[in-house]
Design a protein around this ligand. Sequence first.
Ligand code: ADP
Length: 503
Amino acid sequence: MTKKKTQKKTKEKTKAKSQKKNKSKTLKFNYAPALESTKVEILEKYGNFIGGEFVAPKTGKYFDTVNPADGKKLASLALSGSADVDLAVKAARKAFKSEWSQLTGSERGKFLFRIARIIQERSRELAVLETLDGGKPIKESRDVDIPLVAQHFFYNAGWADKLDYLVPGKKVKPIGVCGQIIPWNFPMLMLAWKIAPALAAGNTVVLKPAEQTSLTALKFAEICQEAGLPKGVVNIITGAGETGAALVDHKDVNKIAFTGSTDIGKLIARNAGKTNKKLTMELGGKSANIVFADAAIDQAVEGIVAGIFFNQGHVCCAGSRLLIEESVKDLVIKKLKARMKQIRVGAPLDKNTDLGAINSKEQLKKIRDLVKQGQKEGGEFWQVETVLPTRGNFFAPCLFMDQSGSSTIAREEVFGPVLSVSTFRTPDEAIAKANDTNYGLAAGIWSEKGSKVHMVASKLKAGIIWANTYNKFDATSPFGGFKESGYGREGGRHGVLPYVEVE
Ligand code: ADP
């Protein structure tokens, strides 16, 4: 054998050996454990988080929080009364005066950055807990809610040392103690929308999560401890409407920020007015999703599904009124029904689930009652035929065709996977129909023609308008409504403004 041949053979042998080695390496590869196997510690009983510690409620009363997917109890939570609210407000006032408002912006920013990083580190745990307590699909908690929560803390941390540039040419100062009341549809995200800008601006807070979904807020209290946040800067009190009302009525609260139903928002506005508090309100919606004939229909169908069936339709800005240009109605509906049949309804912790559990028995009843009312009023009703889990609160996606503007389903916020459909012939008719509502939170426009999108957008009375997409959120972008959808903005520079006094 020549020298060359021997060299070639040795080379081949080495190659084969290394391939064999690589193969065995690949076989040894371990997958990360599935998200839903993440262990989350849930205590049997939680007190309020006041002055940096968990304390038993003065009322001595507790209530249950349950998993809406199986009805099982998850924990007992403090049912707080006005004495508990008072304790929390005092802790917040003390922290405001003695510490938080005295820190430099960059010092405050460090705490917010620290909180943001801990949220990222504990994101799996937070996502699982959000899904267990609220019923939303794990893929949404994992990919939407918790990443956005971290983003809001990162974003607002950046404002803490730049407040001199918030209002050009003006100095700003914090308001003081902020009372914050949030709903159950995005428990931790609503907490982030409220707490992050308030703290960045130098305020301290007393937050009341929704009674159905308080667990991630209580986990957040642990995160504040872990971050070494000065005691009393964040206080979390649990309870239902009466607890919220006690916070609104408290004389030493300087501002109330509320997200929830329009009815409760109006009540709060009346009560808060008596004590001269500042107010921001993010309330209901009945948002139009407008599909023009020149739209990319397949993408529009995806956008319709994302608009109404995201988070079981428990979204204040849900695209719950679909307006289709008449010439493409049959095509859109055919494709939409086919797409809706693919929606997987079921166990929220299963990563394949698209539509999880309805948040509470009460909400399920409300959806069923409104759907019954809609059926009585007429118009074609179509619902996906699917086998729903026998335990827990579930509702299959459905739509009502040819809804007149005065019908219940077209007017009322259902807050469930129920779509109202009607048609239009001209852009002006689409605009008139979209604006024919007491609300004005969001809208979607689907068209390939940019000039048409801009023209329609400029005439819609809605705080957020998406073009060729729907339900996209970002911490840098303001969110809020017109008319009965509320006032004030959250997110972006606009979201910091309601937490400062301009000097
Ligand atoms: P939803 O209909 O989405 O449940 P609600 O407006 O009833 O919304 O509740 C949103 C938040 O407002 C919850 O945290 C709830 O406990 C609180 N809340 C309910 N009633 C009152 C009230 N009268 N005053 C203050 N807060 C309230």
